[in-house]
Design a protein around this ligand. Structure first.
Ligand SMILES: [Zn+2]
Length: 540
C-alpha cells in the first residue's frame, strides 16, 4: 500500500516537473498569438499567424511526451471548385485568411477558431469556424467545423478535417487502422506508405485510428464520431524523412460542386490522449458509437433481442451451392455427420448464372422450396445468396432487356451522368465481361426490388435467412444523379438508403428469419443478424 502511495507521489512530482518545464518553454516563447488549451493531461498549443492558425504542440503532460510531429499539416483544408471552369483551389487553416480569431474559452470551456475574408478575392464570402471543447476528465479535445459559403461562383468540394501528424514515439510504436478487422502497423514512420480508403466499406469499416508507443504509456486516439456513417475517406500516411505519420479524414461535401452550399461536419472529431493500445482505442470508440450512432442496435442483457435464437446459437456453417438435387443430399450428410444444427450458405440456387442477369433470381432451380423444407427437417437452416447492389446492364443474356428501360434511372451515376459499372470476372455468352451497374440505395425502385426478392424467399420458399451480398463490403459511390432525392456526392444518404430498405424488410419478415451481408462495415449492424466476414488479420 505504501509503495503504491509513494508511486503516486512520485508520479505527481514527475508531472509537476514536466508541467513546470513545459510552462517555462511556453513563457519563453509566449505571445498574445498563442493559445494554450488544457484538457486533463493533454495540452494543445495553437498559434495565430498572420494568415491562419497552426497547431504547435500536443503534449502529454504526464509522460512529458510531445505527440505532434514538427511541420504538422494544416488542421483543415477546404477544397473548392469553380462551378463553370471546374478549377480547383484549396484554402487551408494556416494560410490565406485576412480575418482570424481564436476566442477565449466560454463558461463551458468552448473556444471558437474563426477564419474569414480569404486573401484570394475570388473566394469572397467563404468562411470557416472550428469549435474546440476541452474535456479534462478524458484528456480529450472535441472538434466541430462549419464552413459557410456565400460565394456564387465557387463551390465546396471536399473538406479535410481534422488532420494531424504524430511524431515517432519510440521503438515498437504502432499505428492502428480500421482496415478489415483492424490492423496494427509498425512501419508507418519509416515508409512513405499511404493506407486507408473510403468509409463505410469492408476495408475501412470504422471511423477511428490511433498511434501509441510500445509500452502503451502514451499515444493519441483520433476519431470521427459521426453517428450517420457519412461517406468519407480515412487515411494514414508516413513521412519517413520527418519520422511522422499523418492522420486525416476527408469529407466529400453533400451537394458538392453547388455554389452557395455550406458544410457542417457530421458528428464531431476527437483527439484523446491514449493510454494503452488498439484495444483501449476501441473502447473509446465503442463508448461513443454505443451512445450516439444511428446504427447501434438495441441490446438486452444477453445482447441483441431482435435476432432469432437459432442464429445466435448456430455452431456450424457450410457454403456450397447448385440445384437442390445436387447439393441437398450432400448438405444433409454434412449435417448428419456433425450432428449439430447447421447453416447453409446456398449459392447458385437460381437459374441465372452467378454474377450475371442480376437481379432476376426467380424462378429458382427446380425443387428449391422442397429442398429447403427437407433441409429444415434435417436441422439445416438455408440462407440463399443474393446481391444487394448490382443490376446487369445486359440482363437477359446479351440483351439489354430491362436495364435501360427500368433500372438506369435508379443506377448510381458519375458527374457526366454515366452509370458506375463493375465487372467481377463473369462473362456473357458472347465472351464479353458482364458489366453490372451499382444501383443507388436511395431510390425506391432499388429498395423495393430487394424487398421483393427477400420477402418471397422467406414466405414462399421457406428459407431461414438471406445473405444480401456487398452491402457492408462495397464503398459508397458519389452519385450525381439530380433526379434522385439525395444530395449530390457526399453525405449520409448512402447509409440511410440502405437503412430504409432494410427497415422495410425487417418490419415485414417472419420473426424467426434473419439477414446477413458481406464484410463488416459498421453502419449496417443494426439491420443484419450476422456479418460473414472473410478477411485476414494483419500484424506488422
Ligand atoms: Zn443516387
Amino acid at each position: 500500500m505504501d509503495t503504491h502511495k509513494n508511486t503516486n507521489k512520485s508520479n505527481r512530482y514527475h508531472e509537476f516537473i514536466v508541467w513546470t518545464i513545459f510552462c517555462m518553454c511556453l513563457v519563453s516563447t509566449a505571445s498574445a498569438d498563442r493559445t494554450l488549451v488544457q484538457a486533463g493531461a493533454m495540452n494543445l498549443l495553437l498559434e495565430k499567424e498572420q494568415e491562419g492558425v497552426r497547431v504547435l504542440s500536443l503534449f502529454d503532460n504526464t509522460t512529458g511526451q510531445e505527440l505532434l510531429a514538427p511541420n504538422t499539416p494544416p488542421l483543415f483544408c477546404i477544397e473548392l471548385r469553380h462551378a463553370k471552369t471546374r478549377e480547383q483551389v484549396t484554402l487551408a487553416a494556416d494560410t490565406g485568411w485576412r480575418r482570424i480569431e481564436v476566442s477565449d474559452a466560454d463558461v463551458s470551456g468552448r473556444r471558437f477558431l474563426s477564419f474569414g475574408e480569404p486573401a484570394d478575392e475570388r473566394l469572397k464570402g467563404i468562411s470557416a469556424k472550428a469549435k474546440l471543447q476541452a474535456d479534462s476528465a478524458d484528456s480529450a479535445l472535441t472538434w466541430d467545423l462549419q464552413v459557410t459559403n456565400n460565394n456564387e461562383q465557387w463551390a465546396l468540394w471536399r473538406i479535410v478535417f481534422p488532420q494531424v501528424a504524430v511524431k515517432y514515439l519510440g521503438e515498437g510504436s504502432r499505428v492502428f487502422l480500421p482496415q478489415t478487422a483492424g490492423i496494427e502497423l509498425s512501419d508507418m514512420w519509416d515508409t512513405p506508405n499511404k493506407k486507408g480508403g473510403t468509409y463505410p466499406s469492408g476495408w475501412t469499416c470504422m471511423q477511428y485510428m490511433a498511434a501509441y508507443d510500445a509500452a502503451g504509456k502514451t499515444g493519441l486516439y483520433i476519431g470521427m464520431h459521426d453517428p450517420f456513417g457519412s461517406t468519407k475517406d480515412i487515411w494514414v500516411q508516413g513521412q519517413p524523412d520527418q519520422r511522422a505519420v499523418t492522420f486525416r479524414f476527408e469529407h466529400p461535401v453533400p451537394d458538392m460542386g453547388k455554389p452557395g452550399v455550406d458544410f457542417d461536419l457530421p458528428g464531431q472529431a476527437k483527439w484523446q490522449l491514449l493510454r494503452g493500445d488498439w484495444f483501449d482505442a476501441a473502447t473509446i470508440y465503442r463508448k461513443a458509437v454505443s451512445r450516439e450512432a444511428k446504427w447501434w442496435p438495441a441490446l438486452g442483457p444477453e445482447g441483441r433481442t431482435d435476432t432469432p435464437q437459432w442464429i445466435r446459437e448456430l455452431p456450424a456453417w457450410v457454403m456450397t451451392g447448385g440445384g437442390p438435387s445436387d447439393c441437398v443430399p450432400r448438405v444433409r450428410t454434412f449435417a448428419k455427420e456433425l450432428d449439430v444444427p447447421v447453416g447453409f450458405h446456398w449459392y447458385n440456387w437460381h437459374q441465372i448464372p452467378f454474377d450475371n442477369d442480376y437481379p432476376h433470381y426467380f424462378p429458382p432451380k427446380d425443387g428449391f422450396a422442397k429442398g429447403v423444407a427437407e433441409l429444415k427437417q434435417a436441422g439445416v437452416y438455408a440462407m440463399p445468396y443474393i446481391n444487394g447492389r448490382l443490376w446487369d446492364t445486359h440482363n437477359r443474356q446479351t440483351e439489354d432487356w430491362q436495364f435501360t428501360k427500368t433500372a438506369l434511372p435508379a443506377a448510381t451515376k458519375d458527374e457526366k451522368g454515366n452509370p458506375y459499372t463493375e465487372s467481377y470476372g463473369s462473362k456473357e455468352a458472347d465472351g464479353n465481361s458482364v458489366r453490372l451497374a451499382a444501383m443507388c440505395p436511395s431510390t425506391s425502385l432499388w429498395q423495393s426490388r430487394i424487398r421483393d426478392i427477400v420477402l418471397p424467399l422467406f414466405n414462399e420458399y421457406g428459407v431461414s435467412g438471406v445473405y444480401i451480398d456487398q452491402i457492408a463490403a462495397a464503398q459508397p459511390h458519389l452519385c450525381f444523379d439530380t433526379s434522385h432525392t439525395h444530395p449530390l456526392g457526399g453525405g449520409h444518404w448512402w447509409t440511410e438508403g440502405y437503412w430504409r430498405m432494410l427497415d422495410s424488410i425487417r418490419a415485414a419478415k417472419p420473426a424467426d428469419c434473419m439477414l446477413t451481408t458481406e464484410c463488416n462495415a459498421e453502419p449496417y449492424i443494426k439491420w443484419f443478424d450476422g456479418y460473414p466476414t472473410i478477411s485476414e488479420v494483419e500484424v506488422r
